[in-house]
Write a protein that binds this ligand. Structure first.
Ligand SMILES: O=C(O)C1=C[C@@H](OP(=O)(O)O)[C@@H](O)[C@H](O)C1
Ligand SMILES: C=C(OP(=O)(O)O)C(=O)O
Length: 428
């Protein structure tokens, strides 16, 4: 197997500005395109997923310009969106596809949306069913569950939904459709998922009522262009929090990381494992809290996690599993069956990948059981095209005994284009 070889290191030192939050970047582009007036986004994530969202917007007739990580969107409202002359390609991005469907459900024209092989295998009925109930017409493979999906939107009627999974993509798709529906749309989730859509909509001048796991919007509201400053992505910071905890020596500082409480499950889990992580300079900008994170090495111990914590750290479970392999004692992760429908089946791919590197991981129907061994041999692992796995295996290599050869490391570009060069700067 050929790949990028990641050598073990003994210390890390320095400051890392992790790139902009992926979830917030998607929403800033999308809401900017839906709004009237100019939206200026700073620290936009240049990951492939967010670039897919920008490209789809261009196909819908939304004018935007980008210079580096700054994006200017000239919003003319959703009435100005036009029927695209070709298929919308969401690439690898579940967020692009599901939020775009929600935003487009009230448009009086047809769109076809597709993506790469991974995205075409991810379930879509979770959004197509509610959007159909609201009045959109959607057809797709296997009864509308898989892309390519063709939707012809139209008049929508607000509804009450009780979702069975805590998914911010589902919640956001319904809310965005609800903005163009008659009457009230209400979503109740089984546990609170990330609430960036609700926060940002308020910033764009829309009234959104939310209490715990219930969100309500009324149709007919108008979005006004805004300035959005995107905080660093805690899901990207997570890789360095684990590296800084497991490495022998050194200290890492991660300034300007988003610490929205619906995203900070990784901090709670790592701290419960004994990690030495501190939050400094906590502030709030554009409705999103942010902080500087400082991490120092610590001996971790195993924990049991599940329940409402899971949606708060769902994308961090691959790197958390790496941390658990180095802990003292057993870690059990439950209630995380959603991992099976991410870019890969992350329960299976994390278990297989880590075991190939010398860890002791058992696959559970809804999670993982990991016997911590305080070290990891290393070896060969593939990202299988999944960005979170690419970065998890690279971190495993840095703290392993023999290093790790990571096949298809470039998958990291989906959410963290400069990942390896940043590592080279801090790791010795
Ligand atoms: O709304 C979002 O920005 C996201 C929601 C989560 O997915 P689900 O909504 O499927 O849980 C997460 O895994 C994904 O990376 C980003
Ligand atoms: C699951 C992820 O993203 P998406 O659902 O947007 O593809 C992720 O970033 O880990």
């Amino acid at each position: 197997m050929r790949g990028v070889f990641i050598n073990p290191v003994s210390s890390v030192e320095g400051e890392i500005q992790v790139p902009g939050d992926k979830s917030i970047s998607h929403r800033a582009a999308l809401l900017g395109g839906m709004a009237h007036g100019e939206t200026h986004v700073s620290n936009f994530l240049l990951g492939q997923d967010c670039l897919s969202t920008l490209r789809c917007l261009k196909q819908l007739g939304v004018h935007w310009e980008r210079q580096g990580t700054e994006v200017w969107i000239r919003g003319e409202g959703m009435e100005a969106w036009q029927e695209p002359s070709d298929v919308l390609d969401a690439g690898n991005s579940g967020t692009t596809s599901r939020l775009m469907l929600g935003a487009l459900a009230g448009s009086p024209f047809a769109v076809t949306l597709t993506g790469d092989a991974s995205l075409r295998s991810r379930p879509m009925r979770r959004v197509t069913d509610p959007l159909k109930q609201m009045g959109a017409q959607i057809m797709g493979r296997k009864g509308g569950d898989f892309a390519p999906l063709t939707m012809s939107g139209g008049h929508l009627q607000g509804q009450v939904f009780r979702t069975t999974v805590a998914s911010a993509q589902v919640k956001s798709a319904i809310i965005l459709a609800g903005l163009r529906a008659s009457g009230e749309t209400r979503v109740e989730e089984p546990a609170l998922s990330r609430d960036h859509t609700e926060r940002m909509l308020r910033g764009f001048g829309v009234e959104v009522q939310s209490e715990e796991t219930v969100v309500k919007v009324h149709g007919g509201g108008c979005l006004t262009g805004q300035k959005v400053s995107v905080p660093g992505d805690i899901s990207s910071a997570a890789f360095f929090l684990v590296l800084g905890s497991l490495v022998g020596r050194g200290e890492m500082i991660l300034p300007n990381v988003g610490v929205n409480p619906t995203r900070t499950g990784i901090l709670d889990a790592l701290k419960a494992m004994g990690a030495d992580i501190e939050l400094l300079n906590v502030s709030e900008i554009c409705g999103e809290p942010r902080a500087t994170l400082r991490v120092r090495p610590a001996q971790l111990k195993g924990i049991e996690i599940g329940g409402t914590l899971i949606p708060r750290l769902i994308d961090e479970i691959p790197i958390l599993a790496v941390a658990a392999s180095f802990a003292e004692g057993e870690t059990v992760i439950r209630d995380a069956a959603e991992l099976r429908v991410k870019e890969t089946d992350r329960i299976r791919t994390v278990a297989v990948g880590l075991n190939a590197l010398g860890a002791k991981v058992e696959e559970l129907p809804d999670g993982l059981r990991i016997q911590g061994q305080t070290s990891l041999r290393g070896g060969q692992a593939s990202s299988l095209g999944d960005h979170r796995l690419a970065m998890a295996w690279a971190i495993a290599g840095l703290v392993s005994k023999e290093g790790v050869s990571v096949e298809n490391m470039e998958a990291a570009d989906v959410s963290y284009p400069d990942f390896l060069s940043v590592i080279k700067k801090v790791a010795q």
